[in-house]
Design a protein around this ligand. Structure first.
Ligand code: UD1
Length: 364
């Protein structure tokens, strides 16, 4: 019987842990999974609604650390999580993704000689100015089980000297959740509520510090959205980081003048799946959304200079377009003229990644 702390902290963690936690619960003789929520994300719209919709149980342990600078947030999580480890003596700590909670908990576990499993290992953007890249590199270095989603992950880890025996190519747990919940998402009424129709709107998400934390960069982003919304309605569920910055920079009036821009609070999981599935295209700086659109075959323009998920570009429906307005408008025209690549679903993105992970953990 293995006691496993399954760690979540921020929004993109919830859909990754849900299928793993559910799968572990299927084997009560082998696993005692304990769900730990660091509280990195705490708003109802960023956290609770995801637990409900993903049918995750209430966290067994809630650390309530909240927001702060990177050092503050990481340190608070470490202090609180160390106490949890000392009290519960887990056999394994399982972390997902690349957020500060992922890094903090893997660091604590490894110092206490508790084995660490990292789900979504090996992804590299090559850009260490991204906080997530640092989180990914350090977490992988400390991990004992590295579960990868795409071939580039295996290659990157081997190049960094990680022994092959620690690397397990299992596929994508976020796609497990997508496959599982897509039928339910179809009954969401979000399109009617927003007065948009299938295949006729663009969906936007933007929250990377490099795009929204500086005034001039954020203005550039809005100028791009202004052009896009002149061609088709734009639905923009806005992350709290982005909305706080737009207000701080005094952009409220500029936004109000964009008639076809529908800025809405952060969407729930099921509403967001529905919005993605029926969008004409998606513009994003998220990591996960590049993968979800590839699975769904929806054209995706990534407003960044690089990606840690290259398979979404080589095989999928994603392109990296940076902040170059003319490049973005060119791509948009191709999409609206039905000249975009079709893309394929990557290997092992089949809804069964969590099964494979739990099998590996059972056998080791
Ligand atoms: C974090 C992750 C990022 C991930 C994103 C998904 C890190 C370094 N970054 O970024 O990789 O893509 O989550 O959303 O871990 N806030 C609220 N309510 C909340 C949570 C946050 O208002 O429930 C606001 C606060 O002002 C906070 C800011 O958002 O300061 C940023 O939150 P934080 O957790 O620091 O990083 P994210 O930008 O959300």
């Amino acid at each position: 019987m293995k006691r496993i702390l399954n760690v979540v902290g921020a929004r993109p963690n919830f859909m990754k842990i849900a299928p793993i936690h559910r799968q572990m619960k299927q084997f009560p003789d082998s696993f005692e999974p304990i769900l730990v929520h660091t509280g990195q994300h705490y708003d109802e719209a960023m956290s609770k609604i995801f637990f409900e919709q993903l049918q995750l149980p209430e966290p067994d342990i809630y650390l309530g650390v909240g927001s702060g600078s990177h050092a503050e947030q990481t340190a608070k999580i470490m202090i609180a999580f160390e106490k949890v480890c000392m009290e519960h003596h887990p056999d394994l700590v399982l972390v997902v993704g690349d957020v500060n909670s992922t890094l903090a908990c893997s660091l604590v576990a490894s110092k206490l000689h508790i084995p660490v499993a990292h789900v979504e290992a090996g992804l590299r953007s090559g850009d260490v100015t991204m906080p997530e890249e640092i989180n990914r590199i350090v977490t992988d270095r400390l991990s004992d089980y590295l579960f990868t989603t795409e071939e580039s992950g295996n290659t990157n880890l081997k190049a960094e000297g990680i022994p092959e025996g620690k690397i397990f190519f299992v596929g994508n747990v976020m796609i497990d959740s997508l496959v599982h919940f897509l039928p339910q998402a179809e009954s969401s009424h979000i399109l009617e509520e927003l007065n948009v129709t299938q295949g006729s709107y663009a969906l936007v998400t933007l929250h990377r510090p490099s795009n929204v934390d500086e005034k001039e960069k954020a203005r550039q982003v809005l100028e791009i959205l202004n052009e896009v919304q002149q061609l088709l309605p734009v639905v923009f569920p806005i992350h709290p980081r982005t909305s706080k910055n737009f207000q701080r920079f005094g952009f409220t009036e500029m936004i109000a003048h964009m008639e076809q821009l529908k800025m809405i609070p952060p969407a729930s999981y099921l509403d967001f799946l529905k919005l993605m599935k029926h969008a004409r295209l998606v513009l994003t700086d998220s990591g996960g959304i590049q993968e979800e659109t590839t699975y769904l075959g929806i054209p995706c323009l990534t407003l960044r200079e690089n990606t840690e998920r290259p398979i979404t570009v080589h095989l999928g429906s994603n392109e990296i377009v940076g902040m170059n307005k003319s490049r973005i408008m060119e791509a948009l025209n191709l999409i609206l003229n039905n000249q975009w690549k079709n893309g394929e679903v990557p290997q092992l993105w089949d809804g069964k990644a969590a099964e494979r992970i739990v099998k590996v953990l059972k056998e080791h």
